[in-house]
Design a protein around this ligand. Sequence first.
Ligand code: FAD
Length: 480
Amino acid sequence: MTAIVWFRRDLRLHDHAALHAAMLTGDPIIPVYIVEDSLCRSAVVGDKRLHASFAAIAALGDTLAQLGGRLLIRHGNPQQVLCQLAQETGAEKLFFNRDYTPEARKRDELVSEVLSRLGVFVHTCKDLVLHEPGEIMTKQRTPYAVFTPYRRVWQTLAKDRPFSQPTRWNLFERLKELASEPVPTMEAFGRKRPIGPEWEMEQFGELAARKRLQQFLDGDIYTYKEQRDMPGVNATSRLSFALNAGTLSIRTVYHSVQEVLASARGEQVTSIEAFLTELIWREFYQQVLYFHPHTIDHAYLPQFETVAWENRKDLFTQWCHGETGYPIVDAAMKQLNETGWMHNRLRMITASFLTKDLLVDWRWGMAYFAQQLIDFDEAANIGGWQWSASTGTDAQPYFRIFHPVTQGEKFDPDGIFVKKYLPVLREVPLQYIHKPWDMPEHIQEQAGCKIGFDYPIPCVDHAQRRKLAMALFQEAKDRH
Ligand code: FAD
């Protein structure tokens, strides 16, 4: 018998549930990755995101090659590719890890149906999360819509251990003879490859992910609680790409953190627990999307589906380019546009600003993040956007609106982050760094930063827009 292992959001060999299950059968294995060309050509996926995922696929191919194996790369629609591969090789089993987004579920159901009809045994595994949607339910067997009680249950449940590394690789003997496309490249899809050392291919593979985890466990995890909100410090794990592309397994992360926790003391314990809480948010949002697939493009709270967003294109463009005149917002958008990642506090600030200050529909911002973020995850992105826009489960109340100046002063008190991404503000005195429009003219001259010329004047007045946002939310609520 032969088993196909279909790699998707799990681009690693270490602690891989489907691969482990396939290995246990003792059958020779065919590892395959399927490239969906339409997605690679679509503007929905930005260059940085595409490059990062191609780099992770290449790294997986390299690791398999070092073991004497090979990652087959095929293009097309998954059920057709897998049917053909099964027919070509006589494979009778297909293994893959479950994904919970509405689109992925539809695709996987179709694949399972078509392959089963061919007589192929389809085996799916839990891998993306520690607790799947449906494992944690209220006493009434309904999904949790509030995070804290969900977290309490999550914490009490036993967790799967990481799977052991196979000691012997039993690969399909004709693997090298099977047709395979080369690892996809940006050039092949007419895309621009981002340039710079941080974009080197090896930054995105399994080895880099394990190294990043180790670095975090050796240092920043102990101060995570106090520093996690400070974008200038850069003290979060930066594991989001690895967890979403699957170059690192959540089991490995969780159990490695538990080991560190076992010898931690005092404040360190609180910090490590704060980090674990973020991993729970990740699973909370997976189950929200699973049980409420309409939240992909509709408000979870129906009363806020009809907010009369202004949707001014000029303001949206200024936001996308980081040209709103509010330094913390602009620096954050520059970070996103340059690096494909944005600090969590800044995701909240920029999302709040777009929806509550610019009165632009959260779906526009969500789509922009989806295009730019290398760590894009549908469930977390929807969850984050709906939380910030006050339209989601467990959302921030609509009358609590982030102030872009005080948020900057609180979380970037020395202006380190703002100056890094907005060099034009480097010489601006600290007291004006988050409100440069207040600088008297002679100070603007000294700082080499003329407001309205070198740096934009604020595109809206926060106090006025705040009032308007509250009125629009109230109207939507009253109409409901
Ligand atoms: P850390 O602080 O080190 O957290 C560790 C891990 O926990 C993260 O890697 C991530 O897997 C998970 N996590 C942390 N915070 C959250 C959260 N609020 N929700 C869900 N999971 C979380 N995260 C994504 O992975 N993909 C997205 O597309 C995404 N879009 C977002 C959009 C908005 C508007 C907001 C407010 C948040 C979004 N997040 C998203 C959540 C969060 O901002 C990122 O996970 C985090 O910034 C990643 O950096 P890190 O790995 O250093 O996080």
